[in-house]
Structures are given as structure tokens and as C-alpha cells.
Design a protein. Structure first.
Length: 488
């Protein structure tokens, strides 16, 4: 039987406001537990929430960026449930009248094709606190702790239609949303800090079948890789059950990235289980056209526009432009380096190659390019030394490694390690003469061969000379000196 996967995502994005969505508490990441929660966050009697306008603006910016209608009137609802880290006993969220209406996001697939993913809506809501089951002294006595610092942190929840058909599309969509919110500057997008969390809804159906199958929701995935793994696991599980004649239970599941397994968390609840009702403490949000126009006028450059500009301005390929335009830090790094060394293609190669390899290898120590020990100016300096023939591209890799280890900029490393390319024909002549003298058989062969065969044979000698010079000989000069010598 041939199965088709259907995926819809719910994405929680933490908004980069300084204070919470309904209170003046700070939202700084990593603060000592319970130092950033005030009476409003703790739901003390007599306190009232006040909407943070910056959170509203950020949500509107997102809506404008994906060409969604912004609802001129939206309201906040109470979603009632008990959770130890939810002191109010309800989450303040938007249900019937969310701020952002339906929209579309275009993704690009590895085969170069484009696909539209529809957004059902996006709404504003508050985050809950956090239960801590480890790292606390009390843990030894079998207790858990509650940290309410995160309670009331502003989020937008972006809900897609079930338009994705495999994990590649789901990841491309998630990456695109990440690119949009970070380009807008409405979120720091730090997934390792929980600034972006994905709930993945997955179902399968037989190819050609019209109705969707029953779905499960795997909650709170905080990396693209985990998302991909969780989808693969869930698709396999559902197909196994269905092929054995079983039924899929609609449920919420948790993925454990450490041992790559998932388990059921709870059977799926329905909206009416939560007894949603409009929050009487908060006024409806009413905005007018001029308010929207003012926000629209200040929208920063979006990933698609940036990609087009990189192609037009710097002559980048579609691939390079797309890989460099998604993350605004990478984009800024690229432009800054290119403006200093004037070689967009080389800069693109270094960023997509050595720099991303180093960042990936550095694990969590370096989470983005702004923390790269080789700055954009440093990279441009290195590229300039390749272009003016001070060093070869091969030696440049060695220099780059030293720069990454903070041994100084390109000039300093080249001088300290004596890596300057040897372009002194006197010095190179000695090397050439040596290699020619110690390989009489190859020289003899060469001299007896036809010119077209000779071209291939010369590589052997060049290789020997480059090796003897530890890669520092100027390859062009070696070639001409060698030809002269062999023709003697
Ligand atoms: P609920 O209101 O019960 O949470 P929604 O209709 O709002 O359900 O859908 C929640 C998410 O699940 C959306 O992202 C949607 O695209 C996705 N979804 C809905 N049905 C399916 C399905 N059969 N297979 C995969 N994803 C689905
Ligand atoms: Mg839902």
C-alpha cells in the first residue's frame, strides 16, 4: 500500500519584548528563578492585566509580513485548565477573534520548486511558567520546583493548514517562519532557549484518498532536526498500526530526542473542554487603518526580498542567495564582508563552507554567526590575501583555523607562521631543480612524450614541488619555471 503523509504545524514564537504581555515584569532569559514574576503574573486578587502594546505591534508585523488581513478588532479569551505552573488557572489567549487572519507562506524545496503553505491564523497569548524536576536542592527530597519567570511571556502561535506532505516541507516551512520572525526582529529565534517551539500534527492516508486520516500532535519540538526525527518516527508508527488493521488514537505525544523515542502524553482534548470565554479583564483590541499603515511603513526587509536583492546586487546563485538571506545575522555578516573584499562568491563559499562547519562543530558554544571568533572584517581580510596572491586557497584554510582559534587576523597569522606564498623565482628555481634532479626517469619519460600527454605529466612535478614547499609555492610561477627547466 502506498501512504501519503499529511502535516500541519502550530508554532509558538516568543516575542522579543522587554516586559511581559500583561505585566511590567522583565522577560530576560536565564534570570534566577522567580525573580521576574510580579503580582499580576502570580494572579494575586485585585490585580489587573494591561496589554503590552509592543507585543501587539510585533504580532501585527508578522501578519503584514505574510500578507494576512489584520483583524481591526480582536479579543482575549480565557482557556481554563489546571497546571502547577499556571497560577491563574487559565491561559489568556485568543480563540474566536485572533489578531492575524489567514495568510500564505511560500517555501522553496531542495529540488528548487516552490510551494505555498497556508496559514490558518496567528494569535497572541501568554506563556506558562516552568516546572523544574532537576538541578534543585529540593530534588533530593523528591520535590519539583516551579519557576514563574516565563509566566506571562508574550507569544504568537502560528497555525498552519495541513498543507505539508513530508518532513522536508515541514522543516522548510519552519525555517521560513524562523527567517521571517528573526528578520522582522520580533523574536530572537533562539530555539535552544525555547524562543521557538513546534507542535507537529501528523496523519497518514492512502494515496488518492480524499479525507484526512486521524492525526496526532507531537508537542514542543525545539529544533529542526528533532522535528524531522519526530515526524519520521510518527509516520512509521501510524503506518504500522494501520497496516496491522488498527486505528490511530487522536492524542498528544512527546518526543524524547535523547533516546529517539516518543510516548503518548494525553488523549486529545477538544476546544470545549477548556471552557473558553472572553476575558472580562481585558478590553477588545481595536485598531485603525492609520495604526496599521504606520507599522507597515517601518517593516524591515523580509527574507524573500533580501534573496532577490542578493541575486541582483551581488550576482549570487539562487542557492547561495537563499542560504545567506534566511538568517538576518548571516545576511549582515555576508554583506559586511563582501563590502570589504568585493568578492561575493568567495565570501558566500566561506560562510556556507568553513564558517558553518565550524559553528556546527562548536555545538552549543556558538549558536549563531554573531559569536563567530572570525568577524566579517577578518574574513574579508583573509580573502584579500588570497586575491592578492599572498597565500593560496589551500593555505588560507590553515590560516582560517588559526584565526578561529583566536591567534590573530590573517596578516598576523601569515607572518607569525611564515605562510606567505613563495613567489621568489630564485628560491623556487632551487626547488624545481631539486625535483627534476631526483626524478630522472619521469623527466626522461616527459621529454619523450607528445605535447598533449606532457600536460598531464606535469602535474606530478608540480605536486612534488608544492609538497616540498609545504603548499607555499606560487603555483603559477612553479608551472612556468618547471616548463622552462624540462624543456632544457
Ligand atoms: P484543534 O483546534 O483541535 O487543535 P485544528 O483544526 O486547529 O485542530 O488543527 C490544529 C493543527 O493540526 C493545524 O496545524 C492543522 O493544520 C493540523 N491538522 C488538522 N488536521 C490534520 C490532519 N488530519 N493531519 C495532519 N494535520 C492536521
Ligand atoms: Mg490547536
Amino acid at each position: 500500500m502506498e501512504w501519503e503523509t499529511v502535516i500541519g504545524l502550530e508554532i509558538h514564537v516568543q516575542l522579543a519584548t522587554k516586559s511581559k504581555i500583561f505585566s511590567t515584569s522583565k522577560t530576560t532569559f536565564g534570570a534566577e528563578a522567580n525573580t521576574q514574576a510580579n503580582a499580576v503574573d502570580l494572579a494575586m486578587p485585585g490585580t489587573l492585566p494591561v496589554l503590552n502594546e509592543q507585543a501587539l505591534r510585533y504580532a501585527i508585523m508578522f501578519g503584514l509580513a505574510i500578507n494576512s488581513p489584520i483583524n481591526k478588532r480582536s479579543i482575549f479569551d480565557r482557556k481554563n485548565y489546571f497546571y502547577p505552573d499556571l497560577p491563574k488557572g487559565y491561559q489568556t489567549t485568543q480563540m474566536d477573534e485572533p489578531i492575524v487572519g489567514a495568510g500564505v507562506v511560500e517555501i522553496q524545496l531542495k529540488n528548487g520548486e516552490y510551494k505555498d503553505i497556508r496559514i490558518h491564523h496567528a494569535h497572541l497569548e501568554e506563556d506558562a511558567g516552568k516546572s523544574l524536576h532537576e538541578g534543585l536542592g529540593v530534588m533530593n527530597h523528591g520535590f519539583s520546583g516551579i519557576d514563574l519567570n516565563r509566566a506571562g511571556t508574550p507569544l504568537i502561535e502560528i497555525v498552519s493548514e495541513p498543507d505539508m506532505r513530508n518532513s522536508e516541507e515541514a522543516v522548510a516551512f519552519a525555517r521560513k517562519i524562523h527567517a521571517i520572525v528573526t528578520s522582522l526582529g520580533i523574536s530572537d529565534g533562539e530555539m535552544s532557549q525555547g524562543s521557538m517551539r513546534f507542535d507537529v500534527n501528523v496523519s497518514v492516508r492512502l494515496k488518492g484518498q480524499k479525507e484526512y486520516g486521524t492525526r496526532t500532535e507531537t508537542k514542543n519540538l525545539n529544533s529542526f532536526k528533532f522535528m524531522e526525527e519526530a515526524i519520521a518516527l510518527e509516520v512509521e508508527r501510524q503506518i504500522d498500526i494501520l497496516e496491522d488493521g488498527g486505528n490511530i488514537a487522536q492524542e498528544t505525544r512527546l518526543y524524547n530526542a535523547d533516546n529517539k523515542t516518543a510516548r503518548s502524553m494525553r488523549s486529545k482534548e477538544e476546544a470545549n473542554d477548556y471552557r473558553y470565554f472572553p476575558c472580562p479583564d481585558l478590553l477588545p483590541v481595536e485598531i485603525d487603518e492609520s495604526y496599521l499603515k504606520a507599522i507597515a511603513a517601518e517593516l524591515p526587509e523580509l527574507p524573500d526580498a533580501r534573496q532577490a536583492r542578493f541575486i541582483a546586487t551581488y550576482g549570487l546563485s539562487d542557492y547561495d542567495a537563499s542560504s545567506l538571506s534566511g538568517d538576518r545575522h548571516v545576511a549582515a555578516f555576508f554583506e559586511s564582508a563582501t563590502n570589504t573584499c568585493d568578492d561575493a562568491k568567495l565570501v558566500a563559499n566561506w560562510i556556507n563552507g568553513d564558517i558553518s562547519a565550524k559553528i556546527n562543530a562548536a555545538d552549543s558554544k556558538i549558536s549563531n554567526i554573531t559569536q563567530s571568533p572570525v568577524s566579517a572584517e577578518d574574513l574579508a581580510g583573509l580573502i584579500n590575501r588570497i586575491k592578492d596572491n599572498t597565500i593560496s586557497g589551500k593555505i588560507a584554510k590553515q590560516v582560517f583555523d588559526c584565526m578561529w582559534n583566536e591567534e590573530g587576523d590573517a596578516d598576523k597569522v601569515i607572518a607569525a607562521k611564515g605562510l606567505k606564498q613563495v613567489s621568489d623565482s630564485g628560491a623556487l628555481d632551487v626547488l624545481v631543480a631539486d625535483v627534476v634532479a631526483s626524478n630522472p626517469e619521469q623527466v626522461d619519460n616527459y621529454r619523450k612524450s607528445e605535447p598533449d600527454k606532457r600536460k598531464k605529466m606535469i602535474g606530478f612535478f608540480v605536486g612534488q614541488i608544492m609538497k616540498a614547499s609545504k603548499g607555499q609555492a606560487n603555483p603559477g610561477l612553479v608551472n612556468s619555471l618547471l616548463l622552462k627547466k624540462l624543456d632544457e
